[in-house]
Design a protein around this ligand. Structure first.
Ligand code: KG4
Ligand code: ZN
Length: 333
């Protein structure tokens, strides 16, 4: 590999074991994601199971990321790792692995905030999207709207008051008998249905830039109950399309308000839900400059953590060794 001083990043905040090699300029050399695929039988991520699988997968995934980049540890100049927010047991596996690597090779270690990672996915090559911009991050664990004016942080303008958008999608999908995580399956089923068949709420009465998805979830539950098992099964595609439409509209409403409030005419979207086709189309129709990272950079990955690490403080020695995980974000997210 030509670029010396590469960043080797690990991301283990939830159920995907991820490692990536990225150059200091933000060029992705490899981006490996190993999805555990063991949580669907429980209908959600089981923290202990996730941590155990990270333990098994972390080293092979790091080796795979280096091999795919055509690199060895000798090419690495910085080790980066997700510190939080996320499942603490899962995060600790990534942290321990990263600390071990850094200590063994005498390399600096950068702790990265997972949400900053989702924002920093926009700074990766080949065409980095530079601040200032409005950023919507919608994932399984988080949903927020931010004003981004610098590479090393963001200002939260609005956040979800209850469920994250992806959580609402996963719970809705589960009610429709779809496998976990529900997003991709819901999107496929929705493609065969009528988005106008059911009028689900978008929490438009919640003022300002905060999100709320609890009412939507309840509305789906009542609709399914009213229809009865047979009719609900028959109309699954219509239910999926209408439900997905409500999630997209709820997100779009806050984005429109955010653009209006900030006067920004540049928008980036990220997080797993940003992989959703109809959401991408809706955002493209807003008439502002839009950045939509490729799907593999929207869902959890380590390339985004490496990207963010370029503006993080590299730690050595005791400071690196005592880097700790956190479950809840430093911004209260
Ligand atoms: O960012 P992410 O990979 O992990 C978290 O940090 O949570 O986001 C995962 C979420 C899940 O709720 C999943 O159902 C949702 O993103 N998702 C989608 C799609 N692909 C993943 N939601 C809607 N449409 C999709 N195509
Ligand atoms: Zn995420």
């Amino acid at each position: 590999m030509s670029a010396a001083g590469a960043i080797l990043a690990l991301e283990t905040s939830c159920d995907d074991t991820c490692a990536a090699v990225v150059t200091p300029e933000g060029e992705i050399r490899s981006n490996v994601v190993s999805s555990q695929g063991v949580h669907d039988r429980y209908g959600g991520v089981v923290p202990e199971v996730a941590a155990r699988h990270h333990l098994e997968l972390a080293t092979p995934v790091v080796e795979d990321a280096l091999a795919r980049a055509g690199a060895t540890v000798d090419d690495v100049g910085l080790v980066a790792v997700t510190q939080g927010p996320g499942l603490v047991g899962a995060l600790l596996v990534g942290l321990a692995t990263a600390k071990g690597l850094a200590a063994a090779r005498g390399l600096p270690l950068a702790g990265v905030d997972h949400l900053q990672g989702h924002v920093a996915a926009n700074y990766l090559g080949p065409e980095p999207f530079e601040p200032p911009f409005l950023c919507l991050v919608a994932s399984g664990g988080h949903t927020f709207l931010a004003r981004v004016t610098r590479h090393d942080g963001f200002d939260v303008l609005g956040r979800t008051l209850d469920d994250a958008a992806g959580e609402a999608i996963d719970k809705g999908a589960r009610l429709m008998g779809l496998p976990f995580p529900g997003g991709p399956a819901l999107e496929r089923l929705a493609a065969e249905g009528d988005a106008g068949a059911f009028a689900f709420p978008t929490a438009s009465r919640v003022p300002g830039l905060d999100f709320s998805f609890a009412g939507l979830k309840t509305a789906l539950l009542y609709t399914v109950r009213e229809l009865g098992e047979g009719a609900a099964a028959e109309r699954r595609a219509d239910l999926a399309a209408s439900y997905q439409h409500a999630v997209v509209e709820a997100l779009a409403l806050r984005v429109e308000r955010g653009l209006e409030a900030t006067g920004l005419r540049r928008l980036a979207i990220g997080g797993g839900v940003a992989a959703n086709g109809p959401l991408r189309e809706r955002m493209a129709g807003l008439g502002v400059e839009l950045r939509v990272p490729p799907r593999e950079l929207c869902t959890d990955n380590a390339a985004m953590i490496a990207s963010a690490a370029r503006w993080a403080t590299p730690l050595r020695g005791e400071a690196a060794f005592s880097l700790d995980a956190y479950a809840t974000g430093q911004r209260g997210l």
